[in-house]
Design a protein around this ligand. Structure first.
Ligand code: HEM
Length: 128
């Protein structure tokens, strides 16, 4: 595989690590009711990181000619990503019971772990 493919993959994986780190940091601040959560950088930087993560993902799919709805492992990754985002939205923005919000956080983290497992195995059932 061409060198630039590896560089884009490193960019993608670096964004994955930064993205989950910021997600966990924002989760901690949510539990603490910290004002850091509404600081300008906390409201913008995660979006830049996630946009770069997704842009790199799209480039990778174009280079390897495999796409969601055509390659099951990529369909699984996009589904997992949607679940991660939706459960994350419930956790961060739903103002109801903490039980619901904590369940949403657990499901969002589970979805993220599923995406990583699918990425490593290229198998929606993650058996490799
Ligand atoms: C939060 C979301 C995502 C996470 C956590 C994630 C995670 C990863 C990881 C850990 C790898 C490295 C796998 C390895 O080293 O072999 C990877 C590779 C890759 N990801 Fe993602 N990914 C995400 C979203 C996406 C999306 C939405 C797509 C495309 C629709 C995508 C497409 C790819 C491709 C094509 C590779 C390269 C696979 C290879 O060369 O073996 N990723 N991803």
């Amino acid at each position: 595989m061409a060198d630039y493919y590896l560089y884009i993959k490193y960019l993608h994986v670096t964004c994955v690590v930064v993205s989950i780190t910021l997600f966990l940091l924002r989760s901690t601040w949510t539990f603490q009711g910290s004002p850091m959560l509404s600081s300008p950088w906390a409201r913008t930087v995660p979006h830049y990181v996630d946009t770069t993560l997704l842009a790199a993902a799209i480039l990778l799919t174009i280079i390897i000619h495999q796409y969601p709805l055509q390659a099951p492992w990529l369909t699984a990754k996009v589904s997992g990503l949607l679940a991660h985002i939706l459960f994350g939205l419930v956790f961060f923005h739903y103002k109801g019971s903490w039980a619901v919000r904590k369940a949403a956080l657990a499901l969002s983290l589970l979805s993220f772990s599923y995406i990583v497992a699918v990425a490593l195995t290229r198998d929606p059932l993650v058996f490799g």
